[in-house]
Ligand binder design. Structure first.
Ligand code: P6P
Length: 298
């Protein structure tokens, strides 16, 4: 089944935005060979922007602007919200055009992450999100989406069509842990959590590309974490562009996402560059880490 067929019962505007991102992903996939060099600029987080970052950001924002569906876009690569004043549409889109792009240099998988709000306020809590998706550019190019009707995975085939690979994906019980941040900077509760996982035989898999590491958790089960660190109490990952869309998806797949004390989707964004400590994966490890932050421990 093709992606557009699978979306036939989804809200028309949401379906069109998902298909738009899928269409641009076909172009992004081809661009890795030609746009992979430094742009000499930095994003609002002070991170080096590859030409690819800026090119993919412009490609997606221009398409969303021209769709006449979207009123506002918040992108990891834009320091302000892009207001599309003339749009007839009301949707809001949050976007990480190319997450983990530094991994392109080592030919590891990278992703495009997006969240969609029916009402255009892109600073809404994630629990107001109406759909989320990510494209993973790896040995295969896959697209995973949810529009509150389960999680569904598609793969780009030889005819450049996204074909259904797995419907109603659910998070299995598993023992992968994907720990971001340097151990030397761990806070005590996180250190206790990680050593408990290791004592239970969890296996470390970490690539430095959130979408790729998330895919491993969704496929094999376990937990991804980018925690509060001694020097970075809010961790590294961005609430709007990374944590919320993937937390929406993991909950639809039967998992959980927390900052250690609170459900990610219930956190009110304070600004577009809001960062959060992130634990995302199976109920068991998420409940465990929250018990450590409550001081209950094992
Ligand atoms: P580190 C990429 O820049 C990113 O935002 C996520 O994709 C990834 O999980 C994280 O940062 C990697 O951070 O500190 O391990 O390089």
């Amino acid at each position: 089944m093709k992606l557009n067929e699978h979306l036939k019962d989804t809200d028309e505007g949401i379906a069109e935005i998902i298909l738009l991102v899928a269409d641009r992903a076909r172009e992004i996939k081809k661009a890795f060979l030609t746009h992979n060099f430094n742009s000499g600029t930095k994003n609002m987080f002070g991170e080096e922007q590859l030409e690819l970052d800026k090119w993919a950001d412009k490609l997606l924002i221009d398409s969303l602007r021209n769709s006449d569906l979207v009123r506002a876009v918040a992108s990891e690569e834009q320091s302000e919200i892009v207001e599309i004043v003339k749009s007839k549409g009301e949707f809001g889109v949050v976007l990480d055009p190319l997450d983990g792009v530094s991994s392109v240099a080592t030919n590891l998988s990278v992703g495009t992450i997006a969240g969609i709000f029916n009402e255009g306020n892109v600073l809404e809590k994630g629990n107001k999100m109406d759909a989320a998706l990510y494209v993973l550019y790896g040995p295969l190019t896959t697209l995973v989406y949810s529009a509150k009707d389960g999680v569904h995975e598609f793969v780009l085939d030889h005819d450049n069509e996204f074909i259904l690979r797995k419907e109603n994906v659910t998070l299995p019980e598993g023992n992968i842990y994907s720990p971001g941040g340097l151990p030397i900077n761990y806070v005590n509760e996180h250190r206790q959590f990680i050593s408990q996982l290791e004592s239970e035989g969890y296996k470390l898999r970490y690539s430095g590309s959130f979408a790729a590491d998330f895919q491993q958790i969704l496929t094999y089960g376990g937990v991804f974490s980018y925690p509060a660190l001694k020097e970075k109490p809010n961790g590294k990952l961005r609430l709007l562009f990374e944590a919320n869309p993937m937390s929406f998806i993991i909950e639809q797949a039967g998992g959980k996402a927390s900052n250690g004390t609170q459900r990610i989707l219930d956190i009110a964004p304070t600004a577009i560059d809001h960062r959060v400590p992130l634990y995302i994966g199976g109920n068991k490890p998420i409940d465990l880490v929250e018990s450590f932050f409550r001081g209950e421990g094992i």
